[in-house]
Design a protein around this ligand. Structure first.
Ligand SMILES: O=C(O)CCC(=O)C(=O)O
Length: 314
């Protein structure tokens, strides 16, 4: 989901892709709790999860999330809801393409906001982010994720209070190549490592247990504040960790910090790979969704229309 380039004051990345994104915070953030001057060491940075978060493994998952910048959460959604969400997403996706063709617009659309629509933007060759609300099944999936341990971990990692900032679907076309490494947003404090302010929950709607998942650089959210320098230090200190693709079984989700290096791997699932995405943030954080105003389906409600980050940008 989300931007191929950081949406706010992000560090330059070595091979970040050329797609653009909007950079916006609507309010200056308040100081974050005890953000320590972390260098490349992977110490925990955030306030501990609230006391009620230690049931059902939430505290342990939150600790892993804070250390690694991502964590897999098992059994978030049942098979039926996944299948219905997948079918709804793929129907909505195809309808977007039909509407482009009917309007005589280029199919596929150009990469980036300029070639995109309020319903769908092509973020990268073969990868799209879609906000078209694909039926009640999509709303049901959102309710399932919001009631899950994945949501509880995200809220705990965000200091115990969070708002849903976005709801969308990332679709990778069959066989599309791996993405460039990127972050979804930059650090808000250039001087020291702060606790997470924004978290994506990814719930794959097809089986990615044998390939096609999302790859992460564990602990790299500690490095992206000053990537070149901190990566070099980590290499010298031999603390740089190898990339990892968490193995997700159907129904599992992966949560990640906006600031961790990640990328979609080659889509080897044999078909399109839709992923349900819920973006949560500290209540004061705003990140404008980088979708243009041009509509394929004027007047139609979109996924996440009710959310604080829903304003489209032109
Ligand atoms: O497809 C994926 O696994 C990752 C997608 C992503 O990171 C993005 O679109 O920014």
């Amino acid at each position: 989901m989300a931007a191929l380039l950081p949406r706010n004051a992000a560090p330059p990345l070595p091979d970040a892709d050329a797609a653009t994104s909007s950079l916006s915070l609507d309010a200056a953030p308040p100081p974050l709790p005890d953000a320590d001057a972390a260098t490349s060491s992977l110490s925990l940075d955030a306030a501990p999860p609230p006391p009620d978060a230690d049931d059902d493994g939430v505290a342990a998952l939150t600790a892993a999330f804070l250390a690694d910048g991502y964590v897999a959460v098992r059994g978030v959604a049942p098979a039926g809801a996944l299948a219905r969400g997948r079918d709804a997403a793929l129907v909505a996706f195809a309808e977007c393409f039909d509407a482009m063709a009917a309007r005589g617009e280029p199919v596929p659309p150009g990469v980036g906001q300029k070639g995109g629509y309020r319903e769908i933007v092509r973020r990268h060759v073969g990868r799209y982010e879609m906000r078209r609300a694909p039926s009640r099944d999509w709303a049901a999936l959102r309710r399932i994720v919001e009631a899950s341990r994945a949501h509880a971990v995200a809220v705990a990692a965000l200091g115990g209070e969070a708002v849903v900032l976005g709801c969308s679907c990332v679709v990778a076309e069959a066989a599309c190549a791996a993405q460039a490494w990127h972050v979804d947003g930059g650090h808000l404090d250039a001087a020291r490592h702060a606790a997470p302010h924004c978290v994506n929950v990814f719930l794959p709607l097809v089986d990615v247990s044998r390939g096609g998942g999302t790859e992460f650089r564990p602990g790299s959210h500690y490095l992206t504040r000053d990537l070149k320098r901190m990566m070099l230090v980590a290499k010298i200190k031999k603390t740089l960790r190898p990339p990892a693709v968490p193995v997700l079984d159907p129904g599992d989700a992966v949560l990640f910090d906006y600031r961790v290096l990640h990328r979609g791997t080659e889509n080897t699932t044999g078909g399109p790979r839709p992923v349900f995405v819920l973006t949560l943030a500290r209540p004061w954080f705003r990140d404008l969704l980088n979708f243009p105003k041009r509509a394929l389906f004027p007047g139609e409600a979109l996924a996440g229309d009710d959310l604080p980050g829903a304003a489209a940008v032109s």
